[in-house]
Design a protein around this ligand. Structure first.
Ligand SMILES: [Fe+2]
Length: 317
């Protein structure tokens, strides 16, 4: 496949404080250069015999392909980010307030990140993360860094080639000029498209019948609040014997012998029971306890979810 050139999107002669010479050099040499590299690498990959090529040749080309592709995409976004009056539209201002607290706060972070990159190189990218339906400023010291699944909507190029012709080493003046020229209408269009991307489908463990589980955060909060919870570690015996930790405040009971110990529990206080990962052992034990007349729930994600939130554990004596 050959990657086509995208014509320059902003009108260079309308930009405030960024010269034609700078924009043309940037577009032709750096954007054009990335695209030419990308096509050359793609052609090389196309003719490579992967069965006999050494791993370092394959990896080297794939690495260069990633860098050239991201450089191409980010440069297209960069030029498409310019040509406006630098004032966020109402929609974008509302989104920035929602996700950063205020437009000034967003701008302060974005500009501070750019200043942090001046003298070096990289990108500052405003990116939409569908998972959380929110915008975030992303730091990228190389073309190849990007947020997996994020949708970039605004890009500021902090490679020296983006400003040295006009500004020399004065990156701050360049950042100011960039911010003055942001085309927020175009950003809004991209933001609208990005907002339509559905978050990835939630990764939830399949429910065990219609049994309700309780999240680890909720259990942790209940214990912290001093609620009378009967907290039962129902990991299978072979699991407990080869792991060294037990959750603070939990009592281990053998899930295979639930009928023997269910009668020892109080029928008034709620029971939270968990296994290793929150699949069938915890659920089956919770069902057995409910059948015995107890107010029992299983803890979603089990012992491993508890550890993942940094919940307290103690050595298994
Ligand atoms: Fe660039």
């Amino acid at each position: 496949m050959r990657y086509p050139l995208t014509p320059i999107y902003c009108r260079p002669w309308t930009l405030n404080g960024l010269s034609l010479q700078l924009i043309e050099s940037h577009y032709e040499n750096n954007y054009g250069g990335a695209l030419r590299r990308l096509n050359a690498i793609t052609a090389q990959l196309g003719s490579l015999d992967f069965a006999s090529a050494p791993g370092y040749v394959v990896n080297g080309l794939k690495r260069e392909e990633l860098i050239a592709l991201n450089s191409t995409l980010l440069h297209e976004l960069y030029f498409a980010s310019l040509g406006g009056d630098g004032k966020p539209t109402k929609t974008l201002a509302d989104a920035l307030v929602r996700d950063f607290g205020s437009v000034d706060r967003w701008r302060d972070e974005f500009v501070a990140m750019a200043k942090g990159l001046s003298g070096g190189s990289g990108w500052v990218v405003l990116i939409y993360v569908p998972r959380d339906r929110r915008l975030i400023n992303q730091y990228a010291s190389e073309h190849s860094q990007s947020i997996a699944g994020g949708v970039p909507v605004l890009a500021l190029d902090m490679y020296e080639h983006a400003y040295h012709i006009d500004f020399g080493a004065n990156a701050t003046a360049y950042i100011d000029a960039f911010m003055r020229n942001v085309d927020w209408k175009a950003v809004e269009g991209r933001f609208e498209d990005a907002s339509k991307v559905e978050p990835p489908r939630p990764l939830v463990q399949p429910e065990f019948g219609d049994l309700q589980g309780v999240g680890v955060e909720e259990v942790s909060a209940m214990l912290e609040a001093g609620k009378a919870v009967q907290f039962i570690d129902a990991r299978p015996r072979h699991f407990v014997s080869r792991t060294r930790d037990i959750i603070e405040g939990a009592v281990w009971r053998d899930p295979d012998r639930v009928q023997e110990w269910a009668g020892e529990l109080s029928k008034t206080d709620p029971v939270v029971v968990f296994c290793v990962y929150g699949f069938h052992v915890g659920c089956k034990t919770a069902i057995a306890l409910r059948d015995a007349g107890l107010d029992a729930k299983y803890m979603k994600g089990g012992h491993t979810a508890w550890r993942a939130i940094g919940g307290a554990v103690k050595l298994n004596a």
